[in-house]
Design a protein. Structure first.
Length: 622
């Protein structure tokens, strides 16, 4: 679906149609400010741009639950959720943001239910909740059931519900349009719009807007082994870097402990919440040695490092599909879970194991290894979703530019995200960002009587200049390989091969653990080999329409730019914290590094203090 005609100027353009983008769109359209605007006879001009059909967005793959202290079980309280989030993030969490996350989580979940999300129910008819790693009650005491779930397909429920609400509201979508550029004014003080490539026609478009929200998801494709879908190539973060903006805490990439061996496909944390146990080659339930209280449901970074420690100590196992291969997995034992119960609450896990491992989890142990899962860092935003630059010890807002979801960093996850907090972050802060855009639109609607043609002219010029440059670059991209192809030895350098090589480089350098030598080796590979090759890529097919290789080339360049930022930030942080394990700096260093890294596209790292409200750093144990 493509717009029949683009507007000369939009009130808001939302880039991305997952939970964050759709929540922001609904937050904007359902706000009191927009009701007042409609009462004046004005309808906000809003466009949602997505490189996929919205129902293919990665939100749909979220399995385990969305965290909220609903009070349905255990007399749970949001203060404990707040504490667990700060502790889980290894005290790199901005506590003003985490407080909002925990305090508004219950209303977020209840609003989702009212919109149509079919949560699983208790016998009493309440929203069902299960245990998840790192969630406790009584401030670090016994585990709490805090993850509201819909079997193990809660993301699917949320995505479909939000999309249906947007369709009902008449939202205009530009589907399968790939945003190639973020346009700012010359001084980077204000957003001007985006440039988008319509894959159906092969044409670029200047999309001018007073407000732009980036909600493009994460960057799991940085790594060879990832639970992320093929399209999560860090586009929004790379667009921000290319526009001269910074990324916050780019070094923190979460590896989920239970990726199905050598596929990366996620086996939900719910599998351990329902009784699954991790075992090494000796059959030992080893997590009791690493996290005596929480065991298999410790925070994800703790469990992932524990798995790698078992493998490094020679207690790993081989994938049964490759019994002579490397012993780089451990077992997930679900045989103690009642089979009927497993089918009721973990249908996706059971189906995945049977289909991709040819095993029956009710009878067989399942091989797993950590898989790249979530980027804690991203585009720096305030709690209202406003993008800012950190300079001279202060935050400088980029007027009209917003971000939400995994591509953003409001810093509720710090150095490690707790399970269930991702969907909550996307829906809650997506909605808040949409409400913030609504306030800006109410003050300056595109069709309002106070519209300033000079400002609009400046924005148009900024976007048109970027679009013109992109259009000029598109022609050589479609010119074909520089040398004629040979039937025996065809031209084989292509974006898919480069992405695979990049994934291998990043896997060796920064998966779960790293040191200065591994980071330097990876950076050299990027700068001396992968980046020049990516810039030299051309499409093998000269037709622009429906040419997937064109967008793959841009995705590859985005991933390489983002990889450089991740490696730069990782090298600059001389400590181990949360998901970042520096073997050459094994301890946490609050004196020097209780701060957010702010990395720009030139490789410069600045440091922003963590916002402490009422919980000074403590030792982190599970």
């Amino acid at each position: 679906m493509s717009p029949k005609q683009l507007e000369d100027m939009y009130d808001a353009v939302v880039v991305g149609a997952g939970a964050a983008g759709l929540s922001a769109t609904l937050g904007l359209l359902n706000s009191p400010e927009m009701e007042d605007l409609r009462a004046q006879g004005l309808e906000p001009k809003v466009l949602v741009v997505s490189k996929l059909q919205p129902l293919r967005s990665h939100t749909g793959s979220a399995e385990g639950g969305i965290a909220a202290s609903l009070g349905n079980v255990d007399d749970d309280d949001w203060h404990w959720h707040y504490y667990d989030t700060v502790k889980g993030g290894d005290w790199l969490v901005d506590q003003d943001a985490a407080l909002l996350l925990a305090q508004h989580a219950p209303e977020t979940v209840i609003n989702l239910e009212r919109q149509g999300v079919a949560f699983s129910r208790t016998d009493e008819g309440r929203i069902a909740q299960r245990r998840f790693g790192g969630h406790t009650k009584n401030f670090g005491g016994e585990p709490a059931k805090r993850a509201a779930y819909a079997a193990d397909r809660v993301g699917h429920q949320i995505l479909h519900t939000l999309w249906q609400q947007c369709v009902a509201a008449g939202v205009e979508f530009a589907e399968e349009w790939y945003v190639t550029d973020l346009a700012l004014t010359d001084d980077r003080s204000r957003v001007a719009g985006v440039v988008a490539y319509d894959t159906h026609t092969g044409k670029t478009h200047a999309v001018r807007a007073h407000n732009v929200l980036l909600a493009t998801g994460g960057a799991g494709r940085l790594f060879h082994t990832t639970s992320n879908s093929w399209d999560l190539t860090g586009d929004g973060m790379a667009l921000a870097l290319a526009a001269g903006l910074q990324l916050e805490d780019a070094e923190f990439v979460q590896f989920h402990p239970t990726g199905l061996a050598h596929t990366g496909i996620l086996l939900s944390e719910a599998s351990r919440a329902e009784g699954g146990i991790l075992r090494n080659a000796d059959g030992e339930a080893f997590m009791a040695r690493y996290a005596p209280e929480h065991k298999d449901l410790a925070a994800r970074d703790v469990v992932s490092r524990s798995i790698m420690a078992e493998i490094d100590a020679g207690r790993g196992v081989a994938d049964p599909k490759d019994p002579d291969g490397p012993k780089d997995c451990v077992w997930l034992d679900l045989t103690g879970v009642d089979e009927a119960h497993m089918l009721a609450v973990l249908p996706q896990v059971v189906e995945t194991v049977k289909q991709y491992a040819n095993l029956d989890p009710a009878k067989d142990w399942v091989p797993i290894k950590p898989t790249a899962h979530y980027t804690m860092g991203g585009i720096p935003v305030t709690t209202e979703g406003e993008v800012y630059q950190w300079a001279d010890g202060a935050r400088h807002i980029v007027a009209g530019l917003f971000a939400a979801g995994e591509c953003s960093c409001v810093s509720v996850h710090g150095a490690n995200r707790l399970g269930g907090n991702s969907l909550l972050d996307a829906c809650l802060f997506g909605t808040r960002a949409g409400s913030s855009m609504a306030k800006r639109i109410a003050d300056d609607p595109v069709d309002g009587p106070m519209a300033d043609p000079d400002i609009d002219g400046t924005l148009e010029q900024a976007v048109d200049a970027v679009e013109s440059t992109r259009q000029a670059e598109l022609q050589p991209l479609l010119a074909g390989p520089a040398e004629p192809q040979d039937e025996v030895a065809p031209h084989d350098d292509n974006p898919y091969a480069l992405m695979a090589e990049l994934g291998g480089v990043m896997e060796r350098a920064a998966a779960v653990r790293c040191d200065a030598a591994s980071l330097a080796e990876a950076m050299a590979a990027l700068r001396d080999d992968l980046s020049p090759r990516a810039q030299a890529l051309t499409a093998h097919e000269k037709t622009a329409a429906f040419n997937q290789e064109v967008t793959a080339i841009w995705e590859t360049r985005h991933l390489i730019a983002l990889a450089e930022a991740v490696l730069t930030a990782s090298d600059a942080r001389h400590e181990s914290r949360g998901s970042l394990k520096r073997t050459d700096f094994p301890e946490r260093d609050d004196e020097c590094f209780l701060a957010h890294s702010m990395t720009d596209g030139d490789g410069t790292v600045a440091w922003q203090p963590v916002r402490i409200v009422d919980m000074p750093p403590q030792k982190r144990e599970y």
